[in-house]
Design a protein around this ligand. Structure first.
Ligand code: VTB
Ligand code: MG
Ligand code: MG
Length: 322
């Protein structure tokens, strides 16, 4: 893939973020999501790729745009797989809460796991812990190992997990060993990436969330020298069948980074919509300007770019996007 592609892709996440930021706090998550999706879809037309959406907004009959299998890009560049979440954290934007963002990952064709829309159990960490933990271990063992490797007491570990009834046991374990906990209401792409940024103070991300979100976070972590291990959680025979159809003989086997995002050339871009742990949110400034903060990274070179952009809104193709 051409390196210029990284800078083209960030314009896609920027526009999605600008479009959905207008909906912040208005309690209308579908409208916020629709605006992000329409903006992202429109902007993709100018990107030089022959892209196929492999993780998107749903199947063709339920998603009018960025559906799985949709061809995007100007069909002139390399053949690539594209994973999108135009608005990761619809509820966060609807309520004006932190950590909503627009996300895209791109990899050469065949490299991104076509994660079905089901839960995935995840264990994500930053560079110091990469390759040293096992999703298959009991949580208390993982916490002990983490404390040892990072050379700090368990009570100083910070672990993030979605606040869900299904995580009751995990949260009890975290509390019984006395570590620090960040309970997220939504947004486990940001949650799983955070351990790779030292300034977030987060050591581990654990628990189950969306499988598509797992692949997106794995793409980011492959650029950040972090790691996400995932295990799909099919709940029905039909979901198990879907996993097998994707070529996973044992659907509940732990998936490695390689299996989720291939072995090299991944581009990841995200733009903050509301403020987050490692990305600022969209700022609406006087004079019809808006400022966005994005992260653009490439696994091949491990370059991490923070791009702050001041947009002049009358020049943005935002009308008609909600
Ligand atoms: C997570 C989170 C998303 O879904 O994947 C979560 O990242 C998992 O599903 O923002 P549940 O809400 O059922 O736990 C979201 O919260 C919404 O897509
Ligand atoms: Mg979404
Ligand atoms: Mg999502």
């Amino acid at each position: 893939m051409e390196r210029e592609l990284a800078l083209e892709v960030v314009r896609v996440t920027e526009l999605a973020a600008l479009a959905s930021a207008r909906w912040m706090g208005r309690g209308l998550k579908h409208e916020a999501d629709g605006a992000a999706t329409a903006a992202m879809r429109a902007m993709f037309d100018s990107v030089s790729v022959k892209g196929t959406v492999v993780i998107g907004e749903g199947e063709m009959d339920e998603a009018p745009m960025l559906y799985i299998g949709e061809k995007v890009g100007n069909q002139e560049g390399p053949e690539v797989d594209i994973a999108v979440d135009p608005l990761e954290g619809t509820e966060l934007v609807a309520k004006g809460l932190n950590n909503a963002m627009a996300v895209v990952a791109i990899a050469p064709k065949g490299h991104l796991l076509h994660a079905p829309d089901m839960y995935m159990e995840k264990l994500a960490c930053g560079p110091l812990l990469k390759g040293r933990l096992r999703l298959a271990d009991p949580l208390d063992v993982t916490l002990m190992k983490t404390a040892q490797i990072l050379n700090k007491p368990i009570s100083d570990l910070t672990v993030t997990i979605l606040e869900r009834e299904r995580h009751k046991k995990h949260i009890e374990t975290l509390r019984s060993v006395g570590c620090r906990i960040k309970l997220l209401s939504d947004g486990d792409v940001a949650g799983a990436i955070a351990p790779a940024f030292a300034q977030t103070g987060v050591d581990l991300y654990i628990g189950s969330g969306g499988a598509p979100e797992g692949v997106l976070a794995a793409a980011a972590l492959s650029c950040l020298d972090g790691e996400l291990q995932g295990r799909l959680m099919p709940m029905t025979a039909e979901e198990e069948e879907r996993c097998r159809a994707m070529g996973l003989e044992d659907p509940t086997k732990v998936l490695t980074m390689d299996q989720m995002v291939g072995d090299g050339d991944v581009i990841f871009a995200a733009t903050g919509i509301t403020p987050g742990d490692f990305l600022d949110g969209v700022l609406m400034l006087p004079g019809q300007r808006a400022e966005t903060h994005s992260l653009v990274m490439r696994a091949k070179t491990r370059t991490i770019r923070h791009i702050k952009t001041s947009h002049y809104l009358p020049n943005k193709p935002l009308s008609g996007l909600g």
